[in-house]
Design a protein. Sequence first.
Length: 103
Amino acid sequence: MNIYVGNMAFSTTEQDLNSAFAAYGKVGSVRLATDRDTGRPRGFAFVEMNNDSEAQAAISGLNGRSLDGREIVVNEAKPREERSGSGSGGGNGGFKRQGGFRR
């Protein structure tokens, strides 16, 4: 099961998360989200646990708990939504351009 961990202190490391979650079962992987340009932490991470009951125990036990001085948010990660190229913000802001200059 993939678990989302949010509201983390920027100083929290993968080892810190691994230790916290290992108290509830075997941790498969920990991935800290970092800024693409600066490489600095973004304040959230994903933890993968292979056993669903251990993962649920970790979610229940850690959600709302303090880690490195911050009350973390822990829940089951939702699948990433597809981003489409269409949507708002295209070129002219949604306004139709009509002809040229009028007097």
